[in-house]
Design a protein. Structure first.
Length: 221
């Protein structure tokens, strides 16, 4: 009886030891496999002021100030090799809401509804026909008048708060008149389709819809 009791105690302790070793091993693999960042990275060129704050738990904050455009973002990140991928809390391709649409005689026309005339006039429309881009800009009244009666797809982008183009047309549509409003998320950045490269204490990326210039560098401070 005593032998069975000792055997049971030994088996229990041995199983506990094995489970503990597996947990330690899994945690070690996780920590070794996950790269993280910690600290602030700033862009200090021209009159543009911008930067990131990264925390080891995989989260980031972003700020950007350039002229009349102040932007921000929060979200999570992960690192694959030397590539930094950001997942913003903002969902990309959703900067405009379609308030009204219909079919009228004439060319494709888009009206931007906003109490701020400056914001309404700073919108780019891109119509796609057989894979070719046709670009049109809003006038001072927020009206976009094209010279085409139909197209395959319609996208819009705000020029003061550029992000991924928002598609306002469905795959098959025959409407040629749209009224749009600006969504509150316009000021935030989605970082969709933008990958950053990490080298030492510098984060870089290629020119893109949000940062359309060369030599983009965020340096750790």
């Amino acid at each position: 009886m005593k032998f069975r009791y000792i055997t049971f105690i030994f088996a229990t302790l041995f199983c506990s030891y094995i489970m503990a070793q597996k947990i330690i091993s899994n945690e070690s693999k996780l920590n070794n496999g996950m790269k993280t960042l910690s600290g602030e990275y700033h862009y200090r060129k021209m009159e543009l002021v911008s930067g990131f704050l990264f925390t080891p738990d995989g989260k980031f904050e972003f700020y950007y100030s350039y002229g009349a455009s102040d932007r921000n973002a929060t979200g999570t990140y992960h690192i694959e090799g030397d590539t930094l991928k950001l997942k913003s809390d903002k969902k990309g391709e959703h900067d405009f809401a379609v308030d009204k649409q219909g079919k009228k005689s004439g060319f494709i026309t888009i009206k931007i509804n906003s109490p701020d005339a400056y914001l309404a006039s700073s919108v780019l429309c891109m119509c796609i026909i057989d894979g070719i881009e046709h670009k049109y800009f809003a006038d001072n009244n927020g009206l976009i008048e094209t010279n085409i009666t139909s197209c395959d797809k319609i996208f819009v982008q705000h020029l003061l708060f550029p992000d991924v183009f928002t598609q306002i047309s469905k795959e098959k549509f025959d409407n040629n008149y749209f009224e749009l409003s600006l969504l509150p998320s316009l000021q935030q950045v989605s970082f969709k389709y933008i990958d950053f490269i990490i080298k030492d204490d510098v984060i870089t990326c290629y020119p893109n819809y949000f940062l359309p210039f060369e030599d983009i560098e965020f340096v750790k401070e």
